[in-house]
Design a protein around this ligand. Structure first.
Ligand code: ADE
Ligand code: ZN
Length: 333
């Protein structure tokens, strides 16, 4: 039984750090884009993401994003996300965008359009949403370094960090391959996060910390399988961007099997996120309600989770102070 009402959860100014733009297309938008492109969806659009493994799911993302074939449409997709996020009370988000899914656009075309959509949204009074370009696990060392080089040259202020996503299980051990790109990212001042400890086990978390130098891990929950890696997460103050429903779709049969309670008890810094809200049929508020109920959270626990997200954000310390002040003002200190 949760102590928090949906209205109270919604009213808290929230930060989300693990969300993929690719996972935010509403079925109506997919249907519209498919009609414009003259393509037949592989399944009815409201059942498009009934994939039973990560590989199928990622393939469907490729199909959906491939329907976006010009800048204005990508800008609209970014704006759609901003409208959703604002409606959830998300005042700041760092949105992962993996250019390999978007076969109809160049990297520059994609990120310029997303930045424009987020600029327009913020100017219209929606939240402050930033971009994390993402490497696909299957890419080469050279492709990863080229993405970072492109980020450096592009000078888009909305881009503030680097991510890796995709299927770690299928790609095998890739930490050593991506270490040079992450070193480049550190040199140019980007924040660094990586998916690990989802389709990879605890060893993926270890590599992300030791070889990629991340301060955050997307998922990371399987660090709970190895006490030495869990200790490494704690010792390095790594923040795990946990996505409970996503994990319960791909990894665990229910929240009762999910390690969140153990991670919480161990003192791990973690945040709650949606991963791919539309494809999972969830929102950040519904996910927070779920966790509140599972862990018996009161308002102080919810606010503490938001402070952890603010602490782990890749924004400047000035922006961080603004987010802290907004949270404190709204909930009272
Ligand atoms: N891309 C979008 N969602 C993902 C997930 N859950 N794991 C890896 N890559 C992703
Ligand atoms: Zn993810």
């Amino acid at each position: 039984m949760t102590l928090l009402s949906a209205e109270r959860v919604r009213a808290v100014p929230k930060v989300e750090l693990h969300i993929h733009l690719e996972g935010t297309f509403r079925p109506a938008r997919v249907a519209e884009l498919a009609a414009i492109a003259g393509e037949e969806p592989p399944r009815p659009v409201d059942r498009l993401f009934e994939a039973d493994n990560l590989a199928d799911f990622l393939e469907t993302l490729d199909w959906v994003c491939g329907l976006v074939r010009d800048g204005p449409t990508a800008e609209q997709v970014a704006y759609d996300f901003a409208a959703y996020a604002h409606n959830q009370g998300i005042v700041y988000a760092e949105v992962i965008v993996n250019p390999t899914h978007w076969s109809g656009l160049s990297t520059a075309g994609l990120f310029t359009a997303c930045a424009r959509g987020f600029d327009r949204a913020q100017a219209a009074g929606l939240g402050d949403y930033r971009l994390l370009p993402s490497i696909l696990r299957q890419q080469t060392e050279q492709e990863a370094r080229e993405l970072v080089e492109w980020i450096e040259g592009a000078g888009l202020d909305r881009i503030i960090g680097l991510s890796i996503d995709g299927n770690e299980e299928a790609a095998g051990r890739t930490g050593p391959r991506f270490a040079p790109a992450y070193a480049d990212a550190a040199r140019i001042g980007l924040g660094r996060t990586a998916h690990a400890g989802e389709s990879s086990g605890a060893e993926g978390v270890r590599d992300a910390i030791e070889l990629l130098g991340v301060s955050r891990i997307d998922h990371g929950v399987r660090c709970a399988e190895d006490p030495a890696v869990l200790a490494m997460v704690l010792d390095n103050s790594i923040t795990l961007n946990v996505c409970p429903t996503s994990n319960c779709t791909l990894l665990y049969s229910s929240l009762d099997d999910h390690p969140i309670r153990d991670l919480d008890a161990a003192g791990v810094r973690y945040t709650i996120n949606t991963d791919d809200p539309e494809t999972l049929g969830i929102t950040l508020c519904s996910e927070l309600m779920l966790v509140s109920s599972h862990l018996d959270w009161g308002m102080a626990d919810l606010v503490a989770a938001q402070h952890r997200a603010i602490d782990a954000a890749f924004c400047s310390d000035e922006d961080r102070a603004v987010l802290r002040a907004l949270l404190d003002q709204t909930v009272g200190t």
